[in-house]
Design a protein around this ligand. Sequence first.
Ligand code: NAI
Length: 331
Amino acid sequence: MIKIAFFDTKPYDRRWFDRLAGDYGCKIKYFETKLTADTAITAQGYDAVVAFVNDVIDAPAVDRLMEAGVRLIALRSAGYNNVDFRYACDKIPVVRVPAYSPSAVAEHAAALLLTLARKTHRAYVRTREFNFNISGLDGFDLHGKTVGVVGTGRIGQAFISICRGLGMRVLAHDPYPVDGLGLEYVPRETIWRESDVISLHCPLTPDTHHLVNADTIAQMKEGVILLNTSRGALIDSEALLEGLKSHKVGAAGLDVYEEESDLFFEDFSNSIIQDDTLSLLLSLPNVLITSHQAFLTDQALHNIAQTTLENIHRYFDKGELVNEICYHKDK
Ligand code: NAI
């Protein structure tokens, strides 16, 4: 049996991993704690660790995992900006789940967009209190509007087909354009200048950190709708708040937030959170924040468990590294 230490566990993780673990010869111990340099010692005696988006696998954590005898880091996520994989290279292999359900994330981005466009989040609250007044709930048609999609990988493409179904004009930006999709690729500046809606579907890298900032917001259309289901730090949250306060930004739908790691996935409903920017964003009627749940569908959770366990099984039983995040290949 391959022994796995599973970090940052939530009930919805266990359901699918428990069902499938035996099929892949794996025995899982679930830990609620996040994986960091301080908690890595918990993995002593385990063959592999399974980690998620807010675990911090920096160089000290990699060292601790090596000392603990861990031989594989298996991310149960697509994004890997939380791992110092350059440092891990040649020490412990890192694998991930490159695609588990692009539709799940794309459909969530569309849900944020449709909600903001028609204010159904506010209507829901009103009618629950038998307030059937519709003043202030006026929205706008998406049909005929221009959507700028930054990143045309798996999720970006799925989002584009939804937008096309809604009758929107699509502009795309990606340093690696995809042929054959009939996409109109434009420079970033054109996305900012011409889009009524901008949706981010690129990874977080040094190049994309604070891609949306005071300067780029200034170039956008008055009333632009911003959507981010990728990684929080793609947007400078302070600049977004200023943009919303000045009405330059018409609405924002965020499934991710740059300071989410200590907050998202936990219940703070009885606490006073100390992040004033997040509190202010949440207080605005035209901001819709979900806590990194775009991936949370049955299909996606099943695929995440299956691919993660397959990655682990293939490495330990066959010596194969599938879905590896490899520095050498990226150079
Ligand atoms: P992907 O790797 O298929 O596509 C990413 C695309 O972004 C690629 O086409 C790449 O060329 C492009 N790109 C890279 N640098 C860029 C730049 N500077 N400007 C514009 N485009 C750039 O990734 P996928 O599966 O589509 O995922 C996209 C992002 O979604 C992931 O990086 C991850 O951060 C996020 N994600 C969020 C989830 C959630 O639950 N909210 C779940 C899964 C992924």
